[in-house]
Design a protein around this ligand. Sequence first.
Ligand code: ZN
Length: 362
Amino acid sequence: MSSQIYWTYDELLTDVHRRAKSVEVLGHTVDGSPLVVARGGGDKLPAIFITAGAHSTEQAGVSAAVSLIDELQTEHEVHVIPTRDPIGMQGFAHALSLGLGETPKVESFDQVEGILRDRGEVLFEEEDLLLSLVGDYGYASARPTQDRTCPQNFFYSRLQRLHAEEPERLAPLLGRRVFMTAGQTGVEGTGDFARAYTLIISLDGEILHINRFHDTAWAPVEPRVTRDLLARIRPGLSFDLHESQLMQDRYWLSARRQPDADNERWEQQAARATIQAIADSGATLANDDDAPSKWFDTSEPAVFWLDATRRGEGFNLMDFVSRTYGLAFGTEMGMYGTFDGRVELAMITVRTCVQVFEQRYS
Ligand SMILES: [Zn+2]
């Protein structure tokens, strides 16, 4: 079976409506796109929550989330926010249209840099990186290079250094959204420009993205509507389907320590069952070098327990959910696997954890 890659948000929404029992609009992001949640599953509680796409460059999780709306067999309520960054998933040209007032053609880095120079105010430039302010938005062109396997990681650390060394250069971007070229040459479903990576810079110069702010009062609309939905549905089991460019085709499961012993026991059981199912599928498991060890503890191979307090950027969605509602898991699929293979790993994760969850409430 081949998985669908959604190149436009309209295509994705059409498929969501076709698959869902009902679709609710939770709010609208700054380009007017609706942020939606779709209902699947049955009526049993506690509910199951599935989401993806906070990092728009990670599209296999998004396609898996859409498929799971009607393909996940469970009596429990299923609530799916298929993508938390509709702007980013619509690509760099679309993101640029917010600042330009028109959608340009974007086919090469030369072209992007020309637009950012001619139509914006260049704030910073060095080899392979151009940062510009166009209207109310920041834009970054970051060219992929041999030694820079993940352009987003490179860009974060470069911006952090800029803020530390020359804060006046970053000052015009404080409190703004900054859209970055994906720069993921050869990644099926993303490529160089088909997605824009969304960053949000705090007034203090902290460089954040859509998978933060879940415990922040001034949260942008995407995490805010997600947080409000969670307060209504109070999920007993949640998933956020991510991918990583850093680990070829390897897979890891990101688990969270639970605040009470019973939840902790079920989180461990679901994690064990999932990593076994992933290994049985023939996929390659992550090795210990794949996860930044300063933030994670390992149990089974390729099960990493994230400790958000050690990372110090506030809670991501699954950190927040695990502390507030119940079991929570994230995936990291290596982006150089096939798109179908990456989608399949996300779906195995959800199906296996849901089986364990159903045992708990049977
Ligand atoms: Zn991610």
